[in-house]
Structure formats: C-alpha cells, structure tokens
Design a binder for this molecule. Structure first.
Ligand SMILES: [Zn+2]
Length: 458
C-alpha cells in the first residue's frame, strides 16, 4: 500500500498517524513495512484545548439545544460503560434501537470495567452532522433524529498523559424531550465508522506494571492470550529500561501494550484492513505535536499470531523495537527517512543479543554474498515493497545503525536519529543532517558502511 493511502470507510481525515509493523518471519529480525496512513487519530495535548470540541456553535440555537439535551445522555452512557453498570444501560436505548446494540453495550461494559480508565467520555464534535436518510428517520418514527460527530475520549490511569479520541458513528432519536441511543453502526451513505477498542472484543485481562515516578505500563488482552500477556508484563519493565539506556530519560518510560485476540481486533486497533497474518506488532499513535513533544494515543499492538510465532528472543526484540518508536515518537516527524527510524529501533531491539551478523541479517548477508555490499542508504520505497526487498531494507537499516554505534558511539547515533527525525528526506537535507551529526555526508557514510558490512559478511 502506498504511503498516504487513506483506508476506506474511515472518519474524515483530520490527523496523520505513522505506524509500522514488524514481521514474525524468520529467525530473528523484526521485519516489516512502514507506512504513513491518514487516520482519525486526534491529538489532545491539553485537556482544555481540544480542537474538535466546540466552544459553542453560537449561530445555531437549534443545534445548541440538541447538544445541550444529548450531552447528558452521552455522559450517562459513558459512566455506565466505564463503571460496568449494566443495569443503567437499557434506559438509554431507544425502542427502535438496532438489534443487538444494547446487548453489545452490556458486554462492552462488563469488559471495560476491568480497565483502569483515568478518563472515559463522549464529546460531540464540531464537524457537520451526518444527514439521516428519510427512510431511516421514518422507520424510527421519532420527533427528531440526529447523527452528530461524536468522539470517545479516553485515557488509561498511570499510562496516558492525555486522552486519545476515537470516532463514534452515533445515531440518536428524540421522543418528547428525551433523547436515546439508536445505533453506532454507520448511517447509510456515511463514511463514518465507530472505532472499536479491546473492550469491544470480549472479556479483558489487564496487567498493570508499576514503573518509577508513578508511571505504569499496562498490558491488556483477552484471557485466551493470557500466557502472552503475562510474558509481556514480565518483560516490559526491563524493556523500558533497555530503551532508556540508549535513548535517554526524555520519554514517558511506560507504554500501553495490547495483545489482539483476533484479526478483526488487530485490524481495528491498527486502523486498517491488516489482518496480522504476517505481522508481529505495530506501534500506533495519534498525531504528534512536535512543538510540545507529545504524542497521544500511543499503543503497541501485538497481533493474535505473535504468541505462537515469536520466540523468547524475538518477542523481547519486538517489544524493545516498538518501545523505541514510543520513546522517539514525540520528536519524530512524519516523512523522516525510514532507515533511521527503523534501523534505530532494530538496533535497540537487538542490542546486546548474542547472535552473528548473518543470523540477524540473513537476507542482507545473502545479497552481499551474491552482489557485493550496499552502495547507497536504504530507500523508503524498499520498506513498503514487501517480501525480501523490505526484509533487506530492515536488515540494512539495522546494520547501518549498528555501524554508526560501533564507529561513532551510541551517543552520536542518538544525535543522528534526532537530527534526521525532524522530517523531510530530500537528499540535500539528509546529507547535511548526517554531516552535522557525524562530520561526513551521506555518500561517505554509505561507502564506509558498505565496507563494514562486507567485512561482517566475510
Ligand atoms: Zn518499526
């Protein structure tokens, strides 16, 4: 899939989200493809300044009246789900509500009650409402129907600095003065869809892992993935420390890790139609505020197949790799060269692992043996090509980062990352940033790295 491709049937584009995944293929190296997709992530860096929450749409008293009447219904809905108060739910649903909507919310409330939310609420957005087709309104037979843009706003206690927001394609009806919930599946003719979280996919098992300074990491998933959840909960503390050893302390030093129980859930959480069949894990986030150095909604999502396909070594490496993306995300602009983003994450992922160069970079090693060493830095397009081309791009990037760490030290590698992650990957800009960090340009770096790789493979 090309960069900047927009997944079908999502809410209106408002933010860009970068994400990537690591394959679960061969021995070791976390391989995969990196994409930039547009999605509906919303950055809410300051809880008081959220740009889709209307201050008030002053010019429309009719809509203001609807907002004022509907918000308390949304508040009670959120309260009941968050508290697992299933007895309070039926009164919120319309007589003409979609079959199964109430039952799904009851199941959701039972699952959500296991999650330590710091915030869980619904906001009415300022985007235009979705027109409700006359036949839908006729079927409901209410005195008013309304499909405003609604966002689920939530944060996890101890793990999220600020809330993330996800779209809800809600339809409500008014009978007399009372508004009730009719549907959260897309209104016909609308491209809005409701985001589904882990609590929409069955009972949850939640492991809270205390870190330093009141920070907690959270690992959650479904009981059938309990072994994987326990392993990750056991490993995440050391993985955070491992990433901090290289990156430094200027990151959140915690994460929310989700183990998806099904391919549908994985696709829902990573925002696209990817099934997870050949993917180990993905790091996702809302848009980044580079000025404030914040990224909301950061989640590491393991695919349902990861438990069976990762070894002890690769599971830890993938966790460290994704945590590196979490650590670096607030200072990483979209459009930065992928070789530094992925090479750095794989470098930290495999740092300290006792394995031969050939074991960690089998595809690259084979290519070097056949055709000689690389002569240029890995191209972004190669990461998206899939198959051996992408595998080679990842391995080459890992080896490039390992070369820089070995020749210049980890400190300079970190400087190189921060310089290159400012976005923009024109050859001139990349060349001057490499020169700033290392004192030599892209061409010299490629040549000295190629020689080093050749030595490693022989
Ligand atoms: Zn990655």
């Amino acid at each position: 899939m090309p960069a900047d491709d927009r997944p079908p049937n999502l809410a209106p584009v408002r933010r860009v989200r970068r994400w990537e995944w690591a394959g679960v293929g061969g021995l070791g190296v976390a391989m995969a493809v990196v994409l930039s997709l547009t999605a509906f992530g919303q950055s809410a860096t300051d809880p008081d300044v959220r740009d889709d929450v209307p201050e008030t749409s002053a010019a429309n008293p009719y809509e203001d009246g609807r907002r004022a009447a509907v918000q308390p219904v949304l508040d009670e809905w959120a309260r009941a789900v968050r508290a697992g108060d299933t007895a309070a739910l039926p009164a919120l649903f319309d007589a003409a509500a979609d079959p199964g909507f109430l039952d799904a919310e009851i199941r959701r409330a039972r699952s959500a009650a296991a999650v330590p939310f710091a915030e869980f609420g619904y906001d009415i957005g300022s985007d235009p409402e979705t027109p409700v087709p006359p036949e839908v309104a006729d079927r409901i037979g209410a005195s008013d129907v309304w499909a405003p843009t609604v966002y689920l706003r939530y944060a996890i206690e101890g793990a999220d600095d600020a809330a993330t927001r996800k779209p809800v394609a809600l339809l409500l009806a008014r009978r007399g003065d009372a508004w009730t919930l009719v549907s959260d599946t897309a209104v016909a003719g609308s491209d809005r869809e409701t985001w589904r979280g882990p609590w929409d996919f069955g009972p949850l098992m939640v492991r809270e892992v205390p870190g330093s300074g009141g920070r907690s990491s959270i690992v959650l998933g479904h009981p059938e993935q309990s072994a994987m959840i326990e392993q990750l909960a056991t490993e995440i503390g050391d993985a955070v420390d491992h990433v901090t050893d290289v990156w430094g302390e200027d990151w959140s030093r915690r994460a929310v890790v989700v183990v998806a129980g099904s391919r549908d859930e994985f696709a829902s959480l990573v925002g696209d139609a990817h099934s997870g069949a050949d993917i180990a894990a993905v790091a996702v986030s809302d848009a980044v505020d580079l000025g404030a150095r914040t990224a909301t909604g950061q989640r590491i999502v393991f695919s349902p197949d990861a438990a069976a396909r990762l070894t002890d070594l690769t599971r830890v490496a993938v966790l460290r790799h994704e945590l590196t993306h979490v650590a670096a995300r607030p200072v990483t602009a979209d459009g930065s060269p992928l070789w530094i983003l992925e090479g750095y994450a794989d470098y930290i992922g495999y740092r300290g692992v006792e394995a031969t160069f050939g074991a960690l970079a089998p595809t690259l090693s084979a290519a070097v043996s056949a055709d000689g060493p690389p002569t240029s830095l890995p191209a972004d397009a190669d990461f998206r090509a899939g198959g051996d081309v992408a595998r080679r791009a990842y391995e080459a990037s890992w080896s490039l980062a390992a070369f820089v760490a070995s020749e210049y030290g980890e400190q300079r590698l970190g400087t190189l990352y921060r310089d290159l992650a400012q976005g923009g990957s024109t050859p001139d800009r990349v060349d001057s940033r490499i020169r700033d960090a290392l004192g030599e340009g892209a061409g010299e770096l490629a040549r000295s790295w190629g020689t080093w790789v050749d030595d490693q493979v022989r």
